[in-house]
Design a protein. Structure first.
Length: 168
């Protein structure tokens, strides 16, 4: 007799949201990453994964609020790291990957504001602050992306509307 297949549960991570999970059936998904950046963290020993969907680079002292803990890159990374350490994770085990940070609104807007680039830079700075190594990334470009983190395996995939998923 074979074991029943695990039913996978897709858990959307909306703009400004952050999710941390130990559910092996869980797949955390950030849809529509344009200038936003998705941050994934996975602890292979603790079997815990997390994702943040970052909207803006710096909070500049503003509180993001309970409903949007990942609105700002600095708050998102700090909160993710805190939730992992609260759950017993050790920083040296954490696998960090990011995707997004594109210029999807056209050249004039992207050059003027560079939100995607600034989001990515802010995330990288906070990762360095916490002593975390960025293992893989897919940033920039002009197409939106979808980012997935499979909790059971820690595998992370990214795709665009016109391309198949590739592993980060």
């Amino acid at each position: 007799m074979t074991a029943p297949a695990t039913i996978q549960k897709r858990v959307p991570v909306g703009i400004g949201e952050l999710v941390v999970s130990r559910d092996p059936a869980g797949i955390l998904v950030a849809y529509g990453l344009g200038s936003c950046v998705g941050v994934t963290i996975f602890d292979p020993e603790g079997r815990i994964g997390g994702m943040a969907h970052v909207l803006l680079p710096w909070s500049e002292g503003r509180e993001p609020g309970e409903s949007e803990p990942a609105r700002f890159a600095d708050c998102a990374v700090d909160t993710l790291v805190q939730r992992f350490t609260d759950a017993g994770s050790v920083k040296r085990r954490l696998i960090v990957k990011i995707a997004g940070g594109g210029s999807v609104l056209g050249a004039a807007n992207s050059e003027k504001f560079k939100i995607g680039q600034r989001n990515a830079e802010a995330i990288k700075e906070r990762l360095r602050h916490h002593g975390l190594l960025l293992v893989s990334s897919q940033l920039g470009g002009v197409r939106g992306r979808t980012l997935e983190l499979h909790i059971a395996s820690g595998r992370t995939f990214v795709r665009t509307a016109t391309s198949p998923a590739t592993e980060l």
